[in-house]
Ligand binder design. Sequence first.
Ligand code: AMP
Ligand code: GLY
Length: 423
Amino acid sequence: MKILVVGGGGREHAIIKKVKENPSVTEIFALPGNGGIAADATCVNIGAKDIPAIVEFAKSNSIDYAIVAPDDPLVLGCVDALAEVGIPSFGPTKAAAIIEGSKVFSKNLMKKYGIPTAKYEVFSDAGAALKYLEDAPIPTVIKADGLALGKGVIIAMTRDEAKNAVLSIMEDKVFGESGSNIVIEEFLEGPEVSVLSFTDGKCVVPMISSQDHKRAHDGDLGLNTGGMGTVAPNPYYTEAVAAECMEKIFLPTIKAMEAEGRTFKGCLYFGLMLTKDGPKVIEYNCRFGDPETQVVLPLLESDLLDVMISTTNGTLSADAVRFSDKSACCVIMASNGYPEHYEKGFEIAIPDAALPSVYVAGAALREGKLVTSGGRVLGVSAVGDTLSEAIRASYSLVSTINFENAFYRSDIGKRALMAKEIK
Ligand code: AMP
Ligand code: GLY
């Protein structure tokens, strides 16, 4: 089978390494891929948002199955465009990807179908939003409607901060047109859990739970990033919580999308907060998480490609998705300065023994050598019998990898370990 993977980050590298395990795979193309992915797939310099070029490439290379990993091409309708030329793919249609593409859509969906989430109001007019904020409860959360590279969320701790957030999103358009509409929502508290799930539109099969570390620095300080590390499973996500989520969130969401004529197939990511009033949805993503994928897939025992194809064909079954009972930890090695300004172009030295554990996010090939080319450079993942073993193993691999200006958090998994002790 000839496989095409759209995207070029650590998540895509993890997907590619796992898909390669399927014996029927003869060739994998990554569009655009990256310098590290080039070791595992043929990278082709076509951008993940260039849908006509992706479709043309898939057609002329007789691709059997495509995996559309990032949010942008999904929201732009890449899966639909490939289907039009007869190429099946993993991922939701444009109509279903709106669950991530529009926060207004997802909030209204949850309200209509009684799915637990933070209380909210939607505004398309800055004046009305400012007036509402006069006596809204503080802290409050302001979200731009559309995709904003994970940055469209502002947690305002004071009324002034909230008002400034409204002005910068709606008037100064700091997140572009994604800020024409905003959601102002109730501030929730509790541990966060990421649950990725496979779904064929009717059946939903949660993957092993995970925990992201979004802030740049140790102790959850500093700016929000795309994610500085992950662990799986998430100790807060007990069997009782999982059962409650299935009943009140996962199944109702899949059914709601079907009832809306937007049947969702692919990976639906539930960003949850476990509040004192039960689990609530913080966000939906229409795709695998990054770097959640880098801890979830190493624990998947079933064949990833077979499961993916079953979501497309509508033949997914819970029995076909098995996870190991081990733990995994992924530490992101970033460029110092990320998520703001950072230098790139530094050579990366990875010992051969570490290569199987490395998922390359932001690196390019220069004269045959791997050099840094992004903020998040590598994800280093290890599996262990226990969470502390996985953490220790991944940091021990990190210590063998070198590049100038390397920066990483030293406390990935620390909170999860503490939670395990408390229980
Ligand atoms: P998102 O981009 O929607 O994942 O939001 C980024 C982060 O903001 C989440 O991971 C949460 O930590 C935080 N967040 C989002 N919504 C809320 C909320 N209603 N209450 C508290 N924190 C939130
Ligand atoms: N790690 C968060 C995300 O993929 O959205």
